[in-house]
Write a protein of this length. Sequence first.
Length: 348
Amino acid sequence: MPISPTVEGFRAAFRRPLFSVTEIAWRWVTGATAMALLLFGLIEYLDTLPIDTGDLLLLRTRQPYLAGVALAHIFGGSLGRAALALGFAALLLIVLWICTSSVGRFATVRALAEYFRGKVGGPVSTDERTNESNDTPHISTNIRALLRLNFLRAAVVMAATLGLVGAAIVADFGSAGRYGEPGVAILLFIPLAALICLIAWALNWFLSLAAVFAVSTGEGAMSAIVAAAELCSQRAGAVLAVSVWTGLAHLIAFGGASVLVVMPLAFVRMMPWRLVALASLLVALAYFAFADWVYVARLAGYVCINEMPETQAGTPPPIGVIPPVQSTIDRDELILSDVPNLLPGAPA
């Protein structure tokens, strides 16, 4: 009976919450580390800013021009060091994300692959579990492939960032001149930025799909990319269905979370601001957790498409060429034989 990879993906994420817990763990640990690093870095940077009595007097006047002079004097000469420190911290966070994402994605995809293989072929025997526990070289190979794929994903994000900067420069050049207008720059920047973001999103999605093959089938980085392209060409309908339905669920969750975050802000004057901030933070954390759960469901759908046969995954088998009907003639039959009948009494 054909099954839906989308339904199986949501079912796997619902029945096996440990898959979602693993994904949430490495994502939130990385995010918390990044936020803590940026927060402490900002605090340390603010402690190094020189503020004298003259700057305080200018700031207390609350005049925009005088306050701007004071801020220019305070931040003068230190923005370059802050930008350099921010760039160095960003590189460290990228390296941290590449490592944690590779290990976390390996654990999640491997567990999902074993889950769907168990559904196809029944429970795993003790001998197979013993063989799987001794495949340390395969684990290192898979993690190396994931490291390469995640490095490519980080390179795509950095290239997209540089592309947005280049789009802004091109838009500025296009609107420059004697009759240049700001509206022209906006009209030039928005299509270029949308095209860059669309290409970056497509490449990032494709590389994340290749991670499924890097773990489930033990492919290398380039072989996993080729396998992902073959899956998209052969099972395009199933892949599109999983992506659309999970994306729709994510979009609905984002809309609901946006409404729930804005609602407490209307009670800022009636309630303590700390309570409002706590409510907004809880709603944001709930949204992030649900978004990670939906991502696990989408990943499970892709693994289901890869592991399940086409006849079970809702895709009909390809229609082949009907072989010609082969008719055999029994040469021993006297009726069909071309040898003259030699029975007694029969005419020669």
